[in-house]
Ligand binder design. Sequence first.
Ligand SMILES: [Cu+2]
Length: 284
Amino acid sequence: MASRQKDPNKEKSDIESVAVVASDSEEQDTFLWRKWAAVLIVWVIVTAGWVGLTAVFKLPKGFGREADISDEAFRLLMYLAAPVFAAVIAVLVVSVVSFRSHEQEASKNSPPRDGAPIFGHRVLEPVWVLVTTALALLLIVNPGITGLIRFFEGGREDHVVKAVAARWFWQIEYPEAGVISRDELVLPADRRTKVEVESRDVLHSFWIPALRIKVDAVPGRTTSIATTPHATGDMSIDSGLRLQCAELCGLQHSTMAMPVRIVTPEEFDRWLSDMKMRQEATRK
Ligand SMILES: [Cu+2]
């Protein structure tokens, strides 16, 4: 009976190949940890840069209560978007630098190497779904719902102003005083104004950038929005103090604008009674 002799050369080669595989795997682990460390560093830098830029470049001055609510929500969204944007950029930058095709490989016509698939990953997928869902829910509640509640709980309106849109001008009416203005929209500070918006022809949009209020002007319908300005000013000090059509409505859409002037309540009452007297005099 022939006994099975072990081939010493084959045994040696098996041990060597196991050692090579183990060493390859360690190298691969070290390589990946370095890449993740690089991702973390780029993520921190981009997040800090974004937050810094958000703090340096301020939003245009807001002249009303609604502008403050809107700006607060915008700033929160900008800060929350920073780490998400930075994560995408960090992975992208590190991947482009680390996993680029080298010249030697390209010359050999070797097929491009691909990373390990992450579809069905037991940790990454649940974490990804949970984090993005939590972030979306958080934003729906705050500033979404809370912001809307604050926006509409400004109390009863002190007076009504009507804005009528037509290609390509605005007509402002103060129904309680029977005054009409086609040159400017004058609003009192520290009083809540309800603006009722109508259109005589096509879709327009009532937008005052400095007050951060916008509502569509729809033919056959009256839409409305309320505002409480808290600072005085006019278009000569801030170009955002203008009533601008924000819905493409024809050739002269971009010129469909009107200066907005916010004055003290006393000045407003004076202006309104002056206008009333003048307009009544011309009607006689
Ligand atoms: Cu327009």
